[in-house]
Write a protein that binds this ligand. Structure first.
Ligand code: NAD
Length: 265
């Protein structure tokens, strides 16, 4: 990279926490920032995936269930103790459950409340726990960047995913705006990435069924699902000083999915 590019997108020496770093989007973000010279702590609740991070050069694995507020506080406190600061946090861990509107369990009068609470515990409460914990050291430092992984499903109704998922993602979108307004006094920035459909393990893992891939691809103007590497540029932008005047915003990376209307079939 040229010296100017290095200067604009510099993350070398930054201390970064990525939740849900064991797989998919979080893993790509963690590996990218580590490769760019940041000190990256990759948190996940899945032990096998943490084992895989251990083999990834530059990403320090830590076991964490973001639904547990005390555990999130402990991880953030130990990062600050060990590294002296916390510059960037990606509140990315999330789950999805089936139940798009065309399935019997997907409708408002029939969806399973246990699954509803389970999803909100991770996708809303887990994000709140992470943003809260990150805000404390960042306020003391009077600097920091928090990035939440939302979704295009949080920006409109989406017949292909569950009530819990659209409600959770819409919730974190407004959490980002509220926290950005709150934390601006301390020069702490808060933004969201809103991915469209990406090929990750969120649907259960393993190779994606070609029919499922084609269905999701048809919801995107560019006609295909995203690859996680296509989020690297935005992740680096939001982690670095290149985004120093950006806060309270939601950035779709969706191949034009939001341009298309979605149908039930
Ligand atoms: P993924 O399943 O590949 O990765 C998610 C990781 O989060 C996994 O390693 C999982 O073990 C971890 N995780 C789940 N619950 C956790 C918890 N309670 N505590 C700690 N770690 C936990 O999925 P992904 O697609 O990379 O998902 C990352 C984020 O992106 C999620 O918030 C998801 O909702 C969002 N997202 C994904 C897509 C997509 O199409 N893949 C689209 C929009 C938004």
């Amino acid at each position: 990279m040229s010296a100017l590019l290095d200067e604009i997108f510099d993350v070398a020496g930054s201390v970064v926490l990525v939740t849900g770093a064991g797989s998919g989007i979080g893993r790509t973000i963690a590996e990218t920032l580590a490769a760019c010279g940041a000190t990256v702590i990759g948190a996940d609740r899945d032990e096998d995936r943490l084992g895989e991070i251990k083999d990834t050069q530059g990403v320090e694995p830590v076991h964490l269930d973001v639904a547990d507020a005390g555990a999130v506080d402990n991880v953030v406190n130990s990062i600050v103790e060990n590294h002296g600061r916390l510059d960037v946090v990606f509140a990315n861990a999330g789950i999805a459950r089936g139940g798009g509107l065309t399935t019997p369990q997907g409708t408002i009068d029939a969806f399973d409340l246990t699954a509803w609470h389970e999803l909100l515990d991770v996708n809303v409460h887990g994000v709140v726990h992470t943003v809260r914990a990150a805000a404390r050291p960042m306020k003391r430092q009077a600097s920091g960047s928090i990035v939440v992984t939302a979704s295009t499903a949080g920006l409109r109704a989406d017949p292909l995913v569950s009530y819990s998922y659209v409600v959770a993602k819409a919730g974190v979108v407004n959490l980002v705006r509220q926290a950005a307004l709150d934390l601006a006094r301390w020069q702490v920035r808060v933004n969201a990435i809103a991915p469209g459909p990406f090929k990750t393990n969120i649907g259960g893992g393993g190779p994606i069924d070609p029919a499922v891939e084609a269905r999701w691809g048809s919801t995107v103007a560019l006609g295909r699902m995203g690859e996680t590497r296509e989020l690297r540029g935005l992740a680096l932008l939001l982690a670095s000083n290149a985004s120093s005047f950006m806060t309270g915003c939601v950035y779709p990376v969706d191949g034009g999915a939001l341009l298309q209307s979605l149908s039930l079939d």
